[in-house]
Design a protein around this ligand. Structure first.
Ligand code: GAP
Length: 434
């Protein structure tokens, strides 16, 4: 994990937030390559969950909502972790992360930990010029509630009837007691949530199974190693009382299994609560049957920062390769071509030869209209090493032969095989492989 964190900083994937001021716990910034990687991950989710379906509509709600929302959702009363303080070193811990409550894991003193107490994870803010209780609001701890409170607006304006879904990707905030493991547990993160509403016709568990299968397919399509992915079925004791089924999608990180996504059958709980607290009718009225009912909800909620981290960790490899007569080490990120920040690097064999530089720049500019490309120049070995480290699937070298016969060398990141390809066939060559 240390190697990956160092690489993420060196190559511009992820930086600590406000690093020049010493950083701030639980917040991170995405660098030039990380921003593209995360966008590609979100786009991959959006394409599959919204664009390729005719039964899911898009949504984008505000981060700050009416405070009653969070009373209705249960977050004010119950969205907390158990907090423990050390009276000696003043450090704070999540009780369920400690091996024992007898001894402080930081200062080692016995008998200094307080009794666990509830700590609400919602971040508070104040709205408007007055800072009193009437101005208090929360930064949303999940995007889902924006969908629930708008259920009627959405189904009526989009003219949808169950089964149909509403999807959104957006920032969420949780005042985690102990953020950690790089971007795995942070205080500001993005969620991609699908709320899928189904009729009360007895097929709700069938829909749950369909969504579990769809999400399995998604991880598989983007190349996540199957031996590091598992779908853990929650027991009735682990599920909320209103949930009929629940699955956590987990990835085997270097520190152990960690949750990436939760898929849940949430019954009618969320809409029922908002009906009760708002006094508004959020039931679905079926024009065909003239019947009114509360649809059952199947939810898929994935963390985009965790998924991006998964892609980085999953892609990371150090290997020994033959380098002529010698053996050498290389670090390579084997990103799926659809999410790789750069899909093709283009270089001239020598940076001090204007003919080669101009030709390489022309080729790169042309490919840029179709692919994510990067022009670079310098020592050939270092160019390849740099592109391997940022996970670029193909590198294109413009050399002296190019000037004569209009062909280039294309090197494959994974096999390191080199093909000679005609310049005017490059676009097709890349499209077929990316
Ligand atoms: N609406 C359901 C919901 O929010 P959740 O299991 O609390 O469910 C869903 O969160 C996903 O959001 C998690 O599986 C995880 O990927 C992401 N997530 C939650 N807390 C996070 C945190 N502190 N840092 C990064 N991602 C987080």
């Amino acid at each position: 994990m240390e190697e990956i964190t160092a690489l993420a900083k060196r190559r511009g994937f992820i930086f600590q937030s406000s690093e020049i001021y010493g950083g701030i716990g639980g917040f991170f910034d995405y660098g030039p390559l990380g921003a593209i990687l995360k966008r590609n991950v979100k786009d991959a989710w959006w394409r599959e969950m919204v664009e390729r379906r005719d039964d899911v509509v898009a949504f984008d709600s505000s981060i700050i909502m009416h405070p009653r929302t969070w009373e209705a959702s249960g977050h004010v009363a119950a969205f907390h972790d158990k907090l423990v303080d050390c009276r000696n070193c003043k450090h704070r811990f999540r009780a369920d992360h400690l091996p024992s409550l007898d001894k402080c894991p930081d200062c080692g003193m016995s008998g200094t930990l307080t009794e666990p107490r509830n700590f609400n994870l919602m971040m508070r803010t104040a709205i408007g010029p007055m800072e009193d209780t009437s101005s208090q609001a929360y930064l949303r701890p999940e995007t889902a509630q924006g969908i629930f409170v708008n259920f009627k607006n959405i189904y009526q304006s989009a003219r949808k009837k169950p089964p149909f879904g509403i999807a959104q990707i957006g920032k969420s905030f949780r005042n985690e007691i102990t953020p950690g493991n790089f971007t795995y547990r942070v205080r500001e993160f993005e969620q991609a949530e699908l709320e899928f509403f189904v009729p009360q016709d007895g097929n709700d568990l069938g829909w749950f199974e369909q969504w579990v299968a769809a999400r399995k397919q998604w991880y598989s399509d983007y190349g996540v190693r199957p031996d590091r992915l598992r779908f853990y079925e929650l027991t009735p004791e682990e599920r909320p009382f209103y949930a009929k089924a629940g699955i956590d999608v987990e990835y085997l990180f270097p520190w152990g299994w960690g949750e990436l996504e939760s898929i849940a059958h949430r019954g009618t709980y969320d809409l029922d609560r908002h009906i009760e607290y708002s006094g508004k009718d959020l039931q679905f009225f079926d024009e065909a049957t003239k019947a009114k009912y509360t649809p059952i909800l199947i939810e898929s909620s994935a963390g985009m920062d965790r998924t991006t981290l998964t892609m980085l960790v999953d892609a990371y490899e150090r290997e020994t390769v033959a380098d002529g007569e010698k053996q050498s080490e290389r670090t390579v990120l084997r990103f799926h071509p659809k999410i790789a920040p750069v899909q093709a690097g283009v270089f001239p064999l020598a940076r001090n030869k204007p003919d080669l530089v101009e030709r390489a720049r022309t080729i790169e500019a042309h490919l840029r209209t179709r692919f994510r490309t990067q022009y670079d120049e310098g020592n050939v070995g270092q160019l390849y090493r740099r592109q391997d480290e940022i996970g670029t699937p193909f590198c294109i070298m413009v050399d002296y032969e190019t000037l004569g016969d209009a062909t280039v060398t294309v090197r494959d990141r994974d096999s390191m095989r080199q093909d000679r390809v005609a310049e005017d066939a490059l676009s097709t060559y890349l499209a077929e492989r990316l």
